[in-house]
Design a protein around this ligand. Structure first.
Ligand code: SF4
Length: 111
Protein backbone atom coordinates (compact mmCIF):
# COMPACT_ATOMS: atom_id res chain seq x y z
CA UNK A 1 0.00 0.00 0.00
CA UNK A 2 1.43 3.39 -0.90
CA UNK A 3 1.95 6.13 1.68
CA UNK A 4 -1.08 8.21 0.70
CA UNK A 5 -3.45 5.24 0.90
CA UNK A 6 -2.00 4.13 4.21
CA UNK A 7 -2.44 7.66 5.55
CA UNK A 8 -6.14 7.54 4.67
CA UNK A 9 -6.53 4.11 6.29
CA UNK A 10 -4.90 5.43 9.48
CA UNK A 11 -7.07 8.54 9.35
CA UNK A 12 -10.28 6.50 9.21
CA UNK A 13 -9.13 4.05 11.87
CA UNK A 14 -7.93 6.77 14.26
CA UNK A 15 -11.16 8.72 13.83
CA UNK A 16 -13.24 5.77 15.00
CA UNK A 17 -11.02 4.99 17.98
CA UNK A 18 -10.63 8.53 19.30
CA UNK A 19 -14.35 9.23 18.87
CA UNK A 20 -15.04 6.58 21.51
CA UNK A 21 -12.55 8.32 23.81
CA UNK A 22 -14.18 11.76 23.48
CA UNK A 23 -11.61 13.16 21.07
CA UNK A 24 -11.54 14.23 17.42
CA UNK A 25 -8.87 15.28 14.94
CA UNK A 26 -7.61 18.82 15.41
CA UNK A 27 -9.33 21.21 12.98
CA UNK A 28 -5.84 22.15 11.76
CA UNK A 29 -5.91 20.01 8.62
CA UNK A 30 -2.33 20.84 7.62
CA UNK A 31 -1.12 19.51 10.95
CA UNK A 32 -3.25 16.36 10.62
CA UNK A 33 -1.81 15.69 7.21
CA UNK A 34 1.77 16.24 8.34
CA UNK A 35 1.50 14.08 11.48
CA UNK A 36 -0.23 11.22 9.65
CA UNK A 37 2.52 11.31 7.06
CA UNK A 38 5.11 10.98 9.85
CA UNK A 39 3.17 8.07 11.35
CA UNK A 40 3.17 6.25 8.01
CA UNK A 41 6.96 6.70 7.81
CA UNK A 42 7.42 5.44 11.38
CA UNK A 43 5.20 2.46 10.63
CA UNK A 44 7.28 1.65 7.55
CA UNK A 45 10.48 1.86 9.62
CA UNK A 46 9.37 0.24 12.89
CA UNK A 47 6.24 -1.80 12.10
CA UNK A 48 3.70 0.30 14.04
CA UNK A 49 2.40 3.87 13.67
CA UNK A 50 4.39 5.29 16.55
CA UNK A 51 3.85 8.78 17.88
CA UNK A 52 5.71 11.39 15.80
CA UNK A 53 6.32 13.49 18.95
CA UNK A 54 7.60 10.92 21.44
CA UNK A 55 10.87 8.96 21.44
CA UNK A 56 10.96 5.23 20.74
CA UNK A 57 12.95 3.72 23.62
CA UNK A 58 13.62 0.24 22.26
CA UNK A 59 11.73 -1.26 25.23
CA UNK A 60 8.76 -2.94 23.53
CA UNK A 61 6.42 -2.74 26.52
CA UNK A 62 7.07 0.98 26.95
CA UNK A 63 6.99 1.67 23.22
CA UNK A 64 3.54 0.07 22.87
CA UNK A 65 2.29 2.99 24.99
CA UNK A 66 3.24 5.43 22.23
CA UNK A 67 1.54 3.71 19.31
CA UNK A 68 -1.03 6.16 18.01
CA UNK A 69 -3.59 6.83 19.36
CA UNK A 70 -1.90 6.59 22.76
CA UNK A 71 -4.70 8.43 24.58
CA UNK A 72 -5.72 5.50 26.86
CA UNK A 73 -2.19 5.38 28.33
CA UNK A 74 -2.00 9.12 29.01
CA UNK A 75 -5.63 9.88 29.66
CA UNK A 76 -5.27 12.09 32.72
CA UNK A 77 -2.48 14.12 31.16
CA UNK A 78 -4.20 14.64 27.81
CA UNK A 79 -7.58 15.36 29.38
CA UNK A 80 -5.94 18.11 31.44
CA UNK A 81 -4.59 19.69 28.22
CA UNK A 82 -7.73 18.87 26.18
CA UNK A 83 -5.40 17.55 23.50
CA UNK A 84 -2.89 14.78 22.97
CA UNK A 85 0.82 15.53 23.25
CA UNK A 86 1.26 16.11 19.49
CA UNK A 87 -2.00 18.03 19.22
CA UNK A 88 -3.25 15.61 16.57
CA UNK A 89 -6.36 14.97 18.65
CA UNK A 90 -8.36 17.40 20.74
CA UNK A 91 -11.40 17.10 22.97
CA UNK A 92 -14.60 17.14 20.94
CA UNK A 93 -15.64 20.54 22.32
CA UNK A 94 -12.41 22.28 21.21
CA UNK A 95 -12.91 24.66 18.29
CA UNK A 96 -9.68 26.66 18.54
CA UNK A 97 -6.68 24.51 19.48
CA UNK A 98 -4.36 27.53 19.38
CA UNK A 99 -5.83 28.47 22.79
CA UNK A 100 -4.66 25.19 24.33
CA UNK A 101 -1.28 24.81 25.99
CA UNK A 102 0.99 21.87 26.61
CA UNK A 103 1.46 20.86 30.23
CA UNK A 104 4.43 18.64 31.14
CA UNK A 105 3.36 15.23 32.48
CA UNK A 106 5.40 16.03 35.62
CA UNK A 107 2.83 18.71 36.47
CA UNK A 108 -0.05 16.23 36.40
CA UNK A 109 -0.55 14.45 39.74
CA UNK A 110 -0.18 10.63 39.50
CA UNK A 111 0.61 10.69 35.78
S1 SF4 B 1 0.45 12.03 21.35
FE1 SF4 B 1 -1.21 12.12 19.87
S2 SF4 B 1 -0.28 11.79 17.89
FE2 SF4 B 1 1.17 11.09 19.45
S3 SF4 B 1 0.67 8.91 19.64
FE3 SF4 B 1 -0.45 9.98 21.19
S4 SF4 B 1 -2.44 10.31 20.28
FE4 SF4 B 1 -1.04 9.85 18.61
Amino acid sequence: MDGEKRKEVLRAWHAGVVDLLGYKFTPNEEMVDFLLEQEVKLEQQHGSPFCPCQCISGNREEDMKIVCPCIPFHRKHFDAMKQCWCGLFVHKDVTDPSKLRQIPASEIPDE
